[in-house]
Every structure is written in C-alpha cells, then in structure tokens.
Write a protein that binds this ligand. Sequence first.
Ligand code: ZN
Length: 272
Amino acid sequence: MEPIEKLKAFNIHKADPVKDIGLINQYALKELKPEDVMCFSLVLCDNEVDRDMEQFSVKSLEALSKMFVGKTGIKNHSWDTRSQVARLYRVELQKTAEKTSTGEQLVQLLGSAYMLRTEENKALITDIEGGIVKEVSVGFSIRKLACSICGEQMKRSWWEPTKCKNEHIKGKDYEGKTCVGMMEDPADAYEFSFVAVPSQRGAGTVKGFEPDTSLFKMIMAVSPEELAQNEEALDAVIKHLLVAKQSQEEREKRKRILAENEKILKLYEKEN
Ligand SMILES: [Zn+2]
C-alpha cells in the first residue's frame, strides 16, 4: 500500500539529555555533551481510532517501534522546504491507564528525539519549548488495512469510500458496530515532521499552483531504465509525487491546523 501520513497531537514531555546522552551518541560522529542537545518525547502513534476511522493494533505499534528508531524529524515551514532537524533515539510502547473509544487499553508509541542546539535550530527549539509547535505529522506504510467487521483487506481509492470486498464501508455502522480500518503489518516508518508554524503572517499557506506541463513532459521523457539507474533520485521523485497526491481531506486538515497555529501565534504575540 501507499505511504500514509497522519497528523498527531504532539504531547511534549521533557527528556533528560544527561541520562540519554549515551543513546544519542550512537547516532553522532563526534561525541556530544548533554548541553549540546535538546531532547523531547512525543507520541508518534497510538491504538485510538483516528480521524480517518483507522486504528493500529498493538501488534502493529510493536512492529513500528523498531522501525521508527533512528528516523529523522523534519521541519517544514512551508510545505516545499524541508530539512532534517531531529532524530529519534528511543521509541517504546507505553501502556496507559486510559481507554480508547472502543474500550481497549490505550497504548502509545512514545518516541524520544534530540535536536542540536545550533543557531539554526534555535527558533524551532524555542517554539517547541514554548508550546507553539504542538503537532507533528507521522509517515509510515502498512501492508494491510483490515476491515474490523470481517477482517478482509480494505481498499482505498480516490473516487469512492474505503471498503472491503464484502461492501463494509469504513465509518458506517453494522449491527451496532462501527467499521474501522485496522492498520496491520507495517512495512516501514518514515520521518515525522513538525507541522508548519507561520513565522510571519501569511507564511505557510498552501498556494495554488499552475502545473507546468513542460516539467511533466520532461519527467515522462526519461525512460524507466534510466530512472532506475539512480535509486536515490528515483526515490526522491516518487516521494515528491506522493506528497503532491495528498488527498483533499489531508489538505483541509493542514489548512485547519495552520489556522489554529495562526490563532496560537496571535495569542503568543499578545503575551509577549
Ligand atoms: Zn468487511
């Protein structure tokens, strides 16, 4: 199945750089000291039914915990400029005392990440510490979306609702039970990204674009064999196209979050 991106509330907890510096140094080429880094932990996924009426099983979360370690966090102030700013050095399952909306024990996938205290990261660190950046989007891919009613594979499509071959439609009720897409068998976890914070009024808005047909023609003119020769470039192009293919729903969500961020930013400006 295609890579999936989900938005997730970013419940920030402080992580202890003094205690964790050994783990962090596994990823660094030069030895870092606790004062060189800023650490935080965040909930990457959980087994709650999400806004898309989809849910992870605890088994999937377990598999994802191994896949997310070492992955990066990227910043995207505007959706097209991305850079790696953080790295997950520990990812573990956390069983909570809370229940999910379906009555199961709420289990979270808790990641701890570090950022370097560099001049470039200063603004983002301030925003994270100040609670301005509070949501992340998490990318992963799964092999199976199972119907919670009958267990059959559900099919996503861009033109009709997600359903299984027994016509159970995601979000609809069947004899009092809501059909949910169970996300099973994760294939990979990608980076997480900090949701854009408009650093100035109007920044971060998704702009409409005029497709440049000559560019598409250029890509289509390259033979598949030629593209396959440069794996890295090919991956970059595929990723770029997948981002471009984001559903209207995802765009709407991002617009809502940007509006919310904008509100918070106004509050923040008033207070300071
Ligand atoms: Zn079904």
